[in-house]
Design a protein around this ligand. Structure first.
Ligand SMILES: Cc1cc2nc3c(=O)[nH]c(=O)nc-3n(C[C@H](O)[C@H](O)[C@H](O)COP(=O)(O)OP(=O)(O)OC[C@H]3O[C@@H](n4cnc5c(N)ncnc54)[C@H](O)[C@@H]3O)c2cc1C
Length: 432
């Protein structure tokens, strides 16, 4: 592996010099804590609504967290499945929330165009490939999405799928045509440039270390600055702000892994003949996509352990060869992990938790579009008193029961992984 500790994204982005850390006493209408998608989308949403009196604090560099490390799939929906949403919220409210994410996919598209963000967008959809022979899981989801959410995922029969993905691992698949994929860190930098061009300061190396009430607003302290703000938005994902116990206690940081191979050149055609991104139907699914320079980005696994790049490479390489044994021997140039933030209810926690104090966190492994949705909701709430964020009220700050929650999450992951393995074994043992 050539650069084991750097992600492919960081290695291929033209990173500006480190932005200044905040300094002295700063007055602002809004202080956003966290420079990932949730924080930056809130800041951009504010700026687009004419609120420019905004300060963004990022402890490291923007995109340091999940937002700059993810698979780059941009698609509708949440970590929580659509059937659960329907059951918990009823049809009208479930549709409203789901539609917020598909609208967010369009918002991302239009921002890429509007701000001329060069982020290697690939408009080729996403394939959800069935690891199992039983087609029921595909049929049920396809009809549920069509019937209750007005979303059309197309059926991709096995024969057609095998022309696109040269593996015998999958049966049929569904194709989500309105989805796309991109280089998330380049997109982050484009968002930041759009925000800064409109006069908003983004500070890096500026961790918020304390927060207290100050009149009707808040004081946020960094090692070198005090920000006095009417509103504070906490958007720190699985990297936990450490500013309010109740907020941090409501999420479990869970690691997931990604690797990127050497450029495959013509060998790519031996395994993948589509530009669509792919994931599968298991609970612990693989996800992958070909990159513009003919590398393969491969991700998967969920763990409470944040493993070393070498351990990530070993694990994911095994997973890759289970699907594409033809690639045995290829080199892996990059491997990394990132932390997702999960609530026990698997839904984002979005909204106001105190006067002038807002949160956007717990987007799980499905956060690119939902963070954009959340940013829009919070920005319009702060700028225009819009109350739509209350659609998330059912999914509040429930304790993640740490540290027992970590054990529970790992056990439930192993259990669901074992259930998938059992289903696979049974299908192999019982000929169709
Ligand atoms: C490996 C991986 C693959 C994924 N793949 C996909 C995918 O393909 N598609 C998809 O939709 N979703 C995917 N996700 C999920 C998605 O990336 C996340 O849900 C989303 O990026 C979360 O954004 P966020 O802004 O909430 O958090 P983050 O991006 O984690 O940002 C939080 C930021 O807050 C900063 N911070 C923390 N504390 C402080 C503090 N006190 N002061 C200042 N700053 C602070 C951190 O440094 C960090 O930069 C993936 C996640 C991972 C980890």
């Amino acid at each position: 592996m050539s650069r084991p500790s750097v992600s492919y994204y960081r290695a291929t982005v033209d990173e500006p010099t480190l932005r200044t850390a905040a300094d002295g006493r700063i007055a602002a209408r809004v202080c956003v804590v966290g420079g990932g998608f949730a924080g930056l989308n809130t800041a951009l949403g504010l700026v687009e609504r004419g609120v420019r009196d905004v300060v963004v604090l990022e402890a490291e560099r923007i995109g340091h967290g999940a937002s700059g490390r993810n698979g780059g799939f941009v698609f509708g929906g949440f970590s929580r499945g659509e059937a659960d949403l329907l059951r918990e919220l009823g049809e009208a409210r479930a549709r409203t929330l789901y539609a917020g994410t598909t609208a967010a996919v369009e918002t991302i598209r239009s921002r890429i165009d509007h701000y001329a963000i060069d982020c290697e967008r690939v408009e080729a959809g996403v394939i959800w490939a069935n690891w199992f022979r039983d087609p029921q899981v595909l049929r049920a989801r396809q009809s549920l999405l069509a019937k209750h959410f007005d979303v059309d995922w197309q059926w991709l029969p096995q024969a057609q799928l095998r022309d696109l993905l040269l593996t015998r691992r999958y049966a049929d698949a569904l194709f989500e045509p309105s989805a796309f994929h991109f280089h998330p860190l380049k997109y982050i930098h484009g968002l930041a440039a759009g925000i800064e061009a409109q006069g908003v300061a983004i500070h890096e190396g500026a961790p918020a270390v304390a927060m207290e009430r100050h009149g009707s607003g808040w004081l946020v302290r960094t090692p070198e600055a005090i920000i006095e703000a009417e509103h504070v938005v906490l958007a720190c994902g699985g990297y936990l702000a450490g500013l309010r116990r109740q907020v941090d206690a409501a999420v479990l940081p869970i690691a997931t892994y990604v690797m990127v191979t050497e450029p495959l050149g013509d060998r790519m055609g031996e395994v993948i003949r589509t530009r669509a991104a792919v994931y599968d139907t298991r609970f612990a699914f693989d996800y992958y996509r070909s990159l513009p320079d003919s590398r393969l980005l491969w991700g998967g696994r969920i763990s409470v352990l944040d493993r070393s790049p070498e351990a990530v490479r070993r694990l994911l390489y095994r997973d890759l060869l289970k699907v594409f044994p033809q690639l045995d021997g290829i080199a892996v140039d990059y491997a990394w992990s990132g932390l997702m933030s999960y609530a026990r209810h698997e839904m984002p926690q979005v909204g106001r938790i105190d006067e002038g104090l807002w949160i956007a966190q717990a987007f799980g492994g499905h956060g690119v579009a939902p963070t954009t949705f959340a940013g829009e909701l919070l920005a319009s709430a702060i700028a225009e008193n819009d109350c739509r964020w209350q659609e998330f009220a059912d999914y509040g700050l429930v304790s993640a029961l740490k540290p027992a929650g970590f054990v529970g999450a790992q056990l439930s992951y192993w259990w669901l992984q074992a259930r998938d393995a059992w289903k696979e074994w049974r299908e192999l043992a019982i000929p169709s």
